[in-house]
Design a protein around this ligand. Structure first.
Ligand code: COA
Length: 353
């Protein structure tokens, strides 16, 4: 189905999401927190002026509609693991661990180096995490939040002592660089976090949601089992990301605020308790609209969309990494991550730092 296909019923589904109080993630389980962070961005900076030379667009249009000034793109021949592995090594070092002490690797990505095996397997080999079990999570731009939630549950239950959680994407490899409605929005990047049991705080609550009826609004139609790669699929450019921008925009504004409220409720907190809000960095207008709904001042929001565009699964974790490095997060602070993406999916996490 193309992005212009019939509208989905996701509005009602999101409204029906239960908002009842759940036991926090800690419950009878072990408290789990982030003990190391890392990030890796491509060297190559591509400005809006460069895109003006590629498609019919303008710096003024891109900045006013999205807030993006430039993005980082990989070089031809590079792949997701080339960014993810350095980010992972930095996070492992920051956690005070050796790679062979990592027990689990979970990568949120939509652009693994190969369809099979997973990016996590490739990253494991690159970083030397020989003892780790590995799998990927395909939750598009919410990939890091989903991966974090999955890994947190496995560490909290005691099945693993630690996990390396990665958000990494190189959407430049699935973008149609002649399609101005998508190519101006995205950039490449990778971030990583090591999680482990902590004495206090850590991940207080998570919330994941999906409305598969909205899949048609943001998808790569070919290359999977429905439309396997063929000469025809390539000629039709079906291996590129197709997007119904206005539908995704409306969905994103609504779900960002709702997901934040649900996850804060699960943690027994309110929007005014949040010290730093780290939203998926897709579009400054989506973030501003969501902040208005939450009555959160923009000073409490970490923003880097201007520098990197939408880095898909890497967005929230790179923003968290930068915020921590910049001293924007103090011990005891309440940090909320919220992301949304193709699926349609959304996810949120509350962390006491
Ligand atoms: N440069 C110049 N003009 C462009 C353009 C570009 N890069 N991309 C689209 N346009 C044109 C459109 O063709 C349209 O022209 P028309 O009126 O002649 O048909 C016009 O600009 C307005 O398009 P519109 O869709 O109304 O703009 P918008 O204000 O809604 O912004 C998006 C478009 C894509 C920026 C916005 O819809 C968006 O951010 N959506 C969410 C996308 C997203 O976050 N995706 C990833 C989710 S994880």
């Amino acid at each position: 189905m193309t992005p212009t296909a019939k509208r989905s019923s996701h509005r009602t589904i999101i409204k029906a999401t239960p908002t009842v109080r759940r036991p926090s993630c800690t419950g009878s389980l072990r408290q789990v927190g982030i003990v190391g962070l890392g990030a890796c961005l491509p060297q190559r900076v591509v400005t809006n002026a460069e895109l003006e030379r590629m498609v019919k667009t303008s710096d003024a249009w891109i900045r006013s509609r999205t807030g993006i000034r430039e993005r980082r793109l990989i070089e031809p021949g590079q792949a997701t693991s080339d960014l993810a592995a350095p980010a992972a090594l930095e996070a492992i070092k920051a956690a005070g661990l050796r790679p062979d002490e990592i027990e689990l690797i979970v990568t949120g990505t939509t652009t693994p180096d190969t369809l099979c095996p997973s990016a996590s397997c490739v990253i494991q080999d690159k970083v030397g995490a020989k003892r780790a079990g590995c799998f990927d999570v395909n939750a598009a731009c919410a990939g890091f939040v989903y991966a974090l939630s999955a890994a947190q549950g496995l560490v909290a239950s005691g099945q693993y002592q630690n996990a390396l959680v990665i958000g990494a994407d190189v959407l430049s490899t699935i973008i149609d660089w002649t399609d101005r409605s998508t190519c101006v929005l995205f950039g490449d990047g990778a971030g990583a976090a090591v999680i482990a049991p902590v004495g206090r705080g850590g991940i207080l609550a998570s919330y994941l949601g999906t409305d598969g009826s909205g899949a048609c609004h943001l998808q790569v139609p070919a290359g999977g089992s429905r439309i396997p790669a063929s000469k025809h699929s390539v000629e039709q450019k079906q291996h590129f990301l197709k997007m119904n921008g206005s539908e995704v925009f409306k969905f994103a504004v609504r779900v960002m605020g709702e997901a934040a409220i649900v996850v804060l409720d699960r943690a027994g907190l309110k929007p005014e308790d949040v010290d730093l809000f780290i939203p998926h960095q897709a579009n400054i207008r989506i973030i501003q609209a969501a902040m208005e709904r939450l009555h959160l001042p923009i000073e409490k929001v970490y923003l880097n969309v201007e520098k990197y565009g939408n880095m898909s699964a890497a967005s929230t974790i790179v923003a968290l990494y930068e915020a921590a490095k910049a001293g924007r997060i103090k011990r005891g602070d309440i940090v909320v991550l919220v992301a949304f993406g193709a699926g349609l999916v959304w996810g949120a996490t509350v962390i006491e730092w």
